[in-house]
Each structure stands twice: as structure tokens, then as C-alpha cells.
Design a protein around this ligand. Structure first.
Ligand SMILES: Cc1cc2nc3c(=O)[nH]c(=O)nc-3n(C[C@H](O)[C@H](O)[C@H](O)COP(=O)(O)OP(=O)(O)OC[C@H]3O[C@@H](n4cnc5c(N)ncnc54)[C@H](O)[C@@H]3O)c2cc1C
Length: 254
């Protein structure tokens, strides 16, 4: 992709004005790391949104509200009870890319290897787009196609609301790649709520092996009602995240 001109917006209103005035060749730039993945002959005018705010994480009524311009390194550094995106950030390529890229850029244009769309699907996050008005979309809608289909000219993703992992719930995240800094071959995220040892609710999402991340609804239905093995959340050698184990003999089909 070739950038033919560059503008640095001072505020959300300024970014929206520039994007609307410059028309369809204008595009928001967050960390600007994705340009190497876009066709060389595409000519674009960059509107840098790094100075418009929407950075950081706030806890509000059982949710974490994450600004779209928050860097992946800041998601990794943030810690609070019920917060799990630090574990996803830890698996994100490399420290230079964690310093440069934003969660908003990672989910506004989905590449198959992107980590956060998969995690946010399993966590049932809600994305807020700021346009003439604010519109919110559950992850299952937001990622049911390229999110750009939900944006009108000048619209920007501004916030991501992620439910806290509460009592009796758990989250696991796993990526298969040949070496640590490789693109993922298969990414999987799972959220489970249990009562005692019985799984009451489950969301399982996959990415990388498919063009867009998706939920595995048949697997989720199979999990509900199954008993977890005692001490069921374990760390295995070579695995970056804990895994939930089912009773021996449980059969899962997808
Ligand atoms: C070598 C390499 C390896 C990588 N490996 C991985 C990996 O394993 N896992 C992973 O998750 N990521 C990986 N990435 C990063 C990923 O593919 C994207 O490049 C990155 O997440 C984009 O984030 P950004 O902040 O740089 O956004 P940009 O590149 O600035 O923007 C990405 C897209 O989103 C749009 N956009 C950005 N912010 C907004 C907003 N607020 N509202 C509306 N639209 C917006 C832009 O216009 C653009 O279309 C890798 C990148 C590189 C270069």
C-alpha cells in the first residue's frame, strides 16, 4: 500500500471530519503495522488517530472498558481480578509489535492470524463505533464478516467492553505455531462457567485455520452439562494457557 498523504488528527471530531472530507481513499492509521499486508498498488491518504485519546483500561460495573487506541503492551501490563487479555497479549508476536500496535487496529481489520478477535469472541465482548451516534455490536455480530461493513465514512471504533471473568468462570487461550514469533496455524479461546464441577455455559472460538474467527456452537453445546475433572485447570508443558479437562470418556464432536 502507498500512502500519498498524511494527516495527524487532534481529536475524534477532527479525525471524523478529515476522514469524511478526504473520502474513500482516506484510512485511519493506528499502529500502522498492517500496511505490509495490503496490496502494493492501493493508494491511500493516512489519517493518524494516535493523538485522539481512547487509550487505557477502566473497570466499570463488572466490565473492562478498553480504549481502541490502547497498545497491546499496555494490555499486557494491566492487571486486575477478572482481567485475562494480558494472557492474550503475552502471546502476541514480539515486544516491538506489542509496543506499536493497538487493539483497535487488531480487530477493525481482521487478518486470519490476529489474536484479539478470537479472544473477544470467546469473552463475548462488545465493540462501540463512534459515528453520528454511538453503536455497539456484540463480538458475534462484529466478527461475522470484516468489521469494515459496519463502519460509515468517518466512523471509528472507540471502545471495547470486556466482561470480567467472574466467580466460577474460566478462560483459556492457545495458539499453535512452529516457533514463538510465527503466524498462528490455529488459535483457540474458550470461556467456561461452571457450578460445582458441572459446566453450565461455554463459548469456544477459533481463528487462523479459518478466514474469519468463529464460534464452535456444536462443541459448546456438547460441553454444557459435562463434569470437569477434579483439579481441572492445569498448565501443561509447551502450553501457554491452562486447559480445562473433561471427565475421561467424554466425547466431543464438531
Ligand atoms: C510481521 C507481523 C506479524 C504479525 N503477527 C501477528 C500475530 O501473530 N497476531 C496478531 O494478532 N497480530 C499480528 N500482527 C499484527 C496484525 O496483523 C496487525 O498488523 C495489527 O494488529 C494492526 O494493528 P495497528 O494498531 O498497527 O493498526 P493499523 O495497521 O494502523 O490499522 C489496521 C486497520 O484497522 C483500521 N483501524 C485502526 N484503528 C481503527 C479504529 N479505531 N477505527 C476504525 N478502523 C481502525 C485501519 O484503517 C486499518 O485498516 C503482525 C504484524 C506483523 C507486521
Amino acid at each position: 500500500m502507498k500512502l500519498t498523504a498524511y494527516h495527524r488528527a487532534k481529536s475524534l471530531a477532527d479525525a471524523r471530519r478529515l476522514l469524511k472530507e478526504l473520502g474513500p481513499t482516506a484510512m485511519p492509521l493506528a499502529g500502522a503495522s498492517s500496511h505490509s499486508f495490503v496490496k502494493n498498488d492501493d493508494e491511500k491518504i493516512g489519517v493518524d488517530i494516535a493523538d485522539i485519546g481512547f487509550e487505557g483500561v477502566e473497570c466499570k460495573n463488572g466490565h473492562f472498558v478498553v480504549g481502541a487506541n490502547t497498545r497491546i503492551a499496555d494490555l499486557q501490563a494491566f492487571h486486575a481480578p477478572g482481567w485475562v487479555l494480558d494472557r492474550v497479549a503475552l502471546r502476541f508476536v514480539s515486544q516491538p509489535l506489542r509496543n506499536m500496535t493497538t487493539i483497535g487496529g487488531n480487530i477493525s481489520r481482521v487478518f486470519p492470524w490476529n489474536d484479539f478477535p478470537v479472544a473477544l469472541l470467546a469473552l463475548n465482548a462488545t465493540m462501540t463505533i463512534s459515528g453520528e451516534a454511538k453503536t455497539s455490536h456484540l463480538a458475534s455480530v462484529f466478527f461475522d464478516g470484516q468489521p469494515s461493513r459496519l463502519f460509515q465514512p468517518g466512523d471509528l471504533l472507540t471502545e471495547i467492553s470486556v466482561p470480567e471473568i467472574g466467580e466460577g468462570s474460566g478462560f483459556g487461550y492457545h495458539k499453535e505455531s512452529l516457533v514463538n514469533m510465527d503466524f498462528s496455524h490455529l488459535t483457540i479461546a474458550a470461556w467456561i462457567r461452571r457450578e460445582g464441577r458441572t459446566i453450565r455455559d461455554a463459548r469456544v472460538a477459533v481463528g487462523a485455520g479459518v478466514p474469519l474467527p468463529c464460534r464452535l456452537s456444536a462443541l459448546e453445546a456438547e460441553l454444557v452439562g459435562k463434569k470437569m475433572r477434579r483439579g481441572g485447570h492445569r498448565r501443561r508443558r509447551g502450553s501457554a494457557s491452562g486447559r480445562c479437562f473433561l471427565e475421561r470418556g467424554s466425547r466431543i464432536q464438531q
